[in-house]
Design a protein around this ligand. Structure first.
Ligand SMILES: Cc1ncc(COP(=O)(O)O)c(C=O)c1O
Length: 383
């Protein structure tokens, strides 16, 4: 469909960089020190302080963070990990790539997050299934930056002796009952992909209060060599998941902007919700009072009768990028056809997979851009 507007294209996400990041990266290039060094350390300190955890381990992506967390928690063959069905595939992939089995939990229709009642059912249902899998870990996702129901999920982890690791890829700056995200379990994993609130191009971090776990993560991200104060010997086979100094320079610039980024996102999201009020066929994202999202993405729900492909084409014809929300993992070929698909039904996730729509929301947008998005959506003839 052709673009029928002269207005600048509006992307779903765009990073906010300025001369701080430009100079930071140029300084790294001039120094010749490209791989993990002082800037990565500095970013780790800043990130630990921001999240309130004792240790932050910077890595090359959010996926690398999740994979390392699996390895460092000794998750492997024979283990099962409960993950929400409605998420980006990296969550389940990290489990599968550690040799373990992801088991999918349905989500709540209002928050799109792991449903604690469905998690309880899964925990009670799994032992009867046989198959030689033992549930060892719960990995909730704070989808689109809205915190999962952590009181209930952490209580289930405690009750059943399960390891808890948060996939906080989207949730830097979000709050649960006023508290920060990342301290509920043994570790939490963040992503700095360009669609996240801060970006290093690709990049990620694992945070934890467990110093021994952090040491192991640091060894595993650099081939398996122990880190100081331990002797620098190869303690176990590891990977190369290090963050570069260029990424860290971007990260340091982004961390300085974090309060302003979060503030802009919150204002724009609230404007968007107001501008879309009364639209019968698009339900804006919900944020119950005890959950404060960072508005990493603005994802609403289309009425069943609305053809999402046509809405996306309609918005594109006005120069506005929109996208489906996340994916129902149990419907993906790799998880549908393989033995790991030992999953109870996830009807809510399947519904969200078909009907969610992400609208542009990023800190370079102006209030007029929000109006433009809302006007374009309103102009779609849904009947
Ligand atoms: C929930 C979730 N987990 C993990 C990831 C993986 O992060 P990355 O793209 O940095 O590997 C993403 C995003 O991309 C995500 O949205």
């Amino acid at each position: 469909m052709s673009v029928t507007t002269n207005a600048a294209p509006l992307k779903i996400a765009e990073p906010w960089f300025d001369e701080v990041e430009t100079k930071g990266v140029a300084d790294v290039l001039a120094s010749g020190q490209l791989i993990q060094a002082q800037r990565v350390l500095e970013l780790e300190r800043a990130f630990a302080e921001e999240t309130g955890l004792a240790q932050a381990v910077m890595v090359s992506s959010g996926t690398a963070a999740l994979h390392l967390a699996m390895l460092a928690c000794d998750i492997g063959p024979g283990d099962a990990v409960a993950v929400p069905d409605y998420t980006f595939v990296a969550t389940a992939n990290a489990v599968a790539c550690a040799g373990a089995t992801p088991v999918f939990v349905d989500v709540a229709p209002d928050t799109y997050n792991m449903d604690p009642a469905a998690l309880r059912s899964l925990i009670e249902w799994m032992p009867a299934q046989g198959g030689g899998f033992r549930l060892r870990m719960i990995m909730p996702v704070h989808q689109f930056g809205l915190p999962a129901e952590m009181d209930a999920i952490a209580a289930l982890a405690l009750e059943h002796g399960l390891v808890l690791v948060e996939d906080a890829a989207c949730a830097l700056g979000s709050r649960y009952r006023g508290g920060k995200i990342g301290a509920w379990g043994r570790a939490a994993c963040f992503s700095f992909h360009p669609r996240k609130v801060i970006t290093t191009g690709e990049g990620g971090a694992v945070v934890t209060n467990d110093v021994a776990l952090a040491d192991r993560l640091r060894a595993l991200r650099a081939h398996g060599f122990a880190v100081p104060p331990h002797r620098p010997e190869l303690v176990e086979p590891g990977l190369n998941y290090r963050m570069t100094e260029m990424q860290a320079a971007l990260g340091l610039g982004q961390m300085a902007k974090l309060p302003a980024i979060l503030d802009r996102r919150r204002r724009l999201a609230s404007l968007m919700t107001r501008a879309l009020a009364g639209l019968s066929w698009f339900a804006p994202p919900q944020a119950p009072p005890h959950l404060s999202p960072n508005w990493q993405s603005y994802v609403g729900l289309l009425a069943e009768r609305v053809d999402r492909t046509k809405v996306i084409a309609h918005m594109a014809s006005r120069g506005i990028e929109t996208r489906p929300g996340a994916t129902a993992n149990h419907l993906l070929k790799a998880y549908r056809d393989c033995p790991p698909a030992m999953t109870p039904a996830c009807p809510v996730s399947a519904m969200l997979d078909a009907r969610t729509l992400a609208l542009p929301l990023h800190p370079l947008m102006q209030p007029a851009d929000v109006e433009r998005v809302a006007d374009a959506l309103r102009a779609y003839q849904a009947e």
